[in-house]
Design a protein around this ligand. Structure first.
Ligand code: FAD
Length: 415
């Protein structure tokens, strides 16, 4: 390890905490500054808890825009772009459209595969070392229609060529893989390398490990970054407290864009709003997590409870709940899992989270271009939980000098 440094991490979501874990373990003096210890303002706690090497195709991919436009006028649709006058939104859409190409998928799939597989390995290691449950039974991409199954079979074929594992299953094979709940689907692709966990338990385990390695948590909302001579000299919270460190890491999820803007760094991001509902006593709890192709819904057993999550509303930072879209999530779930009915969800409080979505679907990871002591770690969109450990490990490696994976494509200065 290089000389021990004082490190200040802004943001205690899964990315900030994973980063703190690897840095504290490497012997650095780590502080995490978080405005909300309950994680109510983070995207990290209520998510679907999936670790997904299956997601080697970035959000910006061919067909997403066309599908989004088709869904624009359906109030229950899982993908929605909230129309509003905003130059930042217009630029984000323009960049997103520019990257939604086959070439972009081809240029990024190997990097996403390598990041995901390394992160999965680290999740397994962390679960053993920090003692939290990680279920390694894979994920079912369930398809209602023949056309949907054909599309997913093509993705599976592509994945096999990349060295990932995937199996196309008919309905009988789905029943064999998932004996614990009835599923109404034409078939599925089974992704055996995918895993799931409870994000709450993961967060608790990381916080404990950070403290055990001497890391500290500061409660406060960073309002100002002060720069001088190409360095971040200090950060100041809303309450006026000032903190400085050898290296500062910006891991504030969707709010990183505003913090970066203060120092002239453009990190275009839009909040990709999603909801989850957690059934505390499910009548038939599946063993495997699943994604419902036609409904774009994620289903994850979490211990004795069952979480159903969905929607991607490109919405800036708006956190209002669309009842229609939430109903769309519930109906899609009941459609695939016929033992359930929409009334099972009555009275459950929805959780809302804003995925930090970059316009090319790739994280921002690396040193800031004009500030020698500032590292950016955000923009993981729908894969933040999955990629959190590898992100943390790569930040620790960056501080040591060299990263084990080439992260040039994740350069925070790329836009
Ligand atoms: C419905 C849904 C389902 C999902 N399912 C999955 C899944 O199955 N697998 C997966 O990999 N990903 C999933 N995701 C995405 C994942 O949740 C995010 O990518 C991830 O949580 C991002 O983590 P983060 O640490 O970057 O950001 P956040 O979790 O948002 O954390 C950022 C933290 O920074 C803090 N902060 C911000 N600004 C400041 C400031 N100025 N001062 C102090 N603190 C600050 C915030 O309070 C927050 O706690 C899902 C998301 C949604 C919405």
């Amino acid at each position: 390890m290089a000389t021990s440094q004082e490190i200040l991490i802004i943001g205690g979501g899964v990315v900030g905490l994973s980063t703190a874990h690897y840095l504290a373990k490497a012997g650095h003096q780590v502080r995490v500054i978080e405005r909300d210890d309950t994680h109510a303002k983070s995207c990290s706690e209520g998510n679907a808890g999936m670790i997904v090497p299956s997601h080697f195709i970035p959000l910006a991919a061919p067909g997403v825009i066309t599908q989004g436009l088709k869904w624009m006028f359906n109030p229950k649709s899982p993908f929605f772009l909230r129309p509003r006058f905003s130059p930042t939104l217009a630029r984000w859409i323009w960049l997103f459209a520019k990257h939604s190409t086959k070439k972009h998928v081809a240029n990024t799939q190997e990097l996403l595969r390598d990041l995901s597989l390394e992160s999965r390995r680290l999740h397994v290691e962390l679960a053993e070392q920090e003692d939290f449950p990680l279920i390694q039974k894979g994920l079912l991409m369930l398809c209602k229609s023949e056309a949907g199954l054909e599309e997913e079979a093509e993705v599976a074929e592509h994945a096999l060529q990349l060295g990932l594992q995937a199996e196309v299953c008919d309905a009988a094979r789905v029943r064999e893989l998932e004996p614990a709940a009835d599923i109404d689907a034409k078939g599925a692709v089974w992704w055996p390398q995918d895993c799931h966990l409870s994000p709450q338990k993961f967060i608790t385990a990381l916080r404990q490990s950070i403290e055990q390695h001497g890391g500290q948590f500061i409660n406060g909302e960073v309002a100002k970054l002060t720069e001088a001579q190409g360095r971040i000299q200090s950060v100041t919270t809303k309450s006026g407290a000032t903190h400085s460190a050898d290296t500062i890491i910006l891991a504030g999820g969707i709010d990183t864009t505003d913090l970066a803007q203060q120092i002239g760094l453009s990190l275009p991001m839009q909040g990709g709003k999603g909801y989850s509902l957690t059934l505390p006593e499910p009548i038939a709890n599946p063993q495997l997590c699943s994604l419902l192709k036609e409904g774009r819904v994620a289903v994850t057993p979490m211990g004795d409870s069952l979480r159903v999550a969905g929607t991607m509303e490109i919405c800036g930072k708006n956190t209002s709940v669309s009842k229609a879209r939430l109903q769309g999530v519930i109906e899609a779930f009941c459609n695939f899992y016929p033992q359930y009915k929409p009334s099972d969800f009555q009275g459950l409080e929805p959780w809302v989270g804003l995925r930090p979505c970059s316009p090319d679907g790739l994280p921002y990871l690396g040193y800031a271009p004009k500030h020698k002591n500032l590292i950016i770690a955000t923009g993981h969109s729908m894969m933040g939980l999955s990629l959190a450990p590898v992100t943390g490990k790569l930040v620790a490696e960056l501080i040591d000098g060299n990263t084990s994976i080439n992260i040039g494509q994740l350069d925070p200065a790329r836009f």
